[in-house]
Design a protein around this ligand. Sequence first.
Ligand SMILES: NC(=O)c1ccc[n+]([C@@H]2O[C@H](COP(=O)([O-])OP(=O)(O)OC[C@H]3O[C@@H](n4cnc5c(N)ncnc54)[C@H](OP(=O)(O)O)[C@@H]3O)[C@@H](O)[C@H]2O)c1
Length: 285
Amino acid sequence: MRTAASRLIHSRASLSRLCTMALSRNKRCLSTESNQVEEPFKVEEAETVNAPPPPEEKLLVLGGSGFVGTHVCKEALNRGVSVASLSRSGRSLIRDSWANRMTWHQGNLLSPDSWKEALDGVTAVISCVGGFGSPSYMYKINGTANINAIRAASVKGVKRFVYISAADFGMANYLLQGYYDGKRAAETELLTKFPYGGVILRPGFIYGTRRVGSLKIPLEVIGSPLEMLLQHAKPLSQLPLVGPLFTPPVNVNSVAKVAVRAATDPVFPPGIIDVHGILRYTHQK
Ligand SMILES: NC(=O)c1ccc[n+]([C@@H]2O[C@H](COP(=O)([O-])OP(=O)(O)OC[C@H]3O[C@@H](n4cnc5c(N)ncnc54)[C@H](OP(=O)(O)O)[C@@H]3O)[C@@H](O)[C@H]2O)c1
């Protein structure tokens, strides 16, 4: 006890001696009692700190050459994100100037060896890969292709994965079996592999100007008024059997905006977002 007390007295004395020495040499000792600074404290030389730079956001859009994909790419570029796309056709027919600001990979999600290096350094993925055809083709393109992508992204340590799925269409689910079975299988895989960074968007009909070759099809002519009408009819969309027919269409720019936000905002909640959720997020700043 006495030893500890004498050490304390000794260290206080040493501190005071140090302070006097510093005062006489530099006149810069700060006094806690008077709060006075004799001379402004100057940093003579800055120390070099080797802190790593903040990680760059790098987004890979699967199906970036398609209808929804091109809008997703443009939205992400406008937000200053570094963007790449992967599809079987690569850049193909896209001649717009924005397309020069991104990287175009060519690969098939059904043949994993043709595209895995496209995931190098990627922080987030948005998958716009899907399609129609025979039941087995629809299962492959909506399900297997996306499941392959989800697994590969998870192995590569990608942080966030957004999947453009589709709203339930009641009886149509039965008619388009491979399509919906594939969508739901990919959703299950996503929620398993990305429990904290997986987001599923379930739009109904998506409208906007769709390009088919050199043709531009203005789907907004019917989509926009229907959206205005049906977005306030949520109770009707919950009716059994016919309810899904009242699902409001959604603008392709709204889908792109919510998808990019979900892929780049680290606090965006994981899980499933239905059409009404997409419309709600679209109107948020
Ligand atoms: N459009 C709608 O009204 C609507 C509504 C609800 C949900 N969705 C969903 O939204 C997503 C996008 O739809 P969309 O209308 O934009 O379709 P889309 O125009 O047909 O685009 C599909 C994209 O996927 C690529 N792709 C297809 N198979 C691929 C594969 N095996 N490997 C790599 N890339 C592949 C296509 O490019 P390549 O052919 O060159 O490979 C294309 O870029 C789909 O999942 C769709 O089911 C669409």
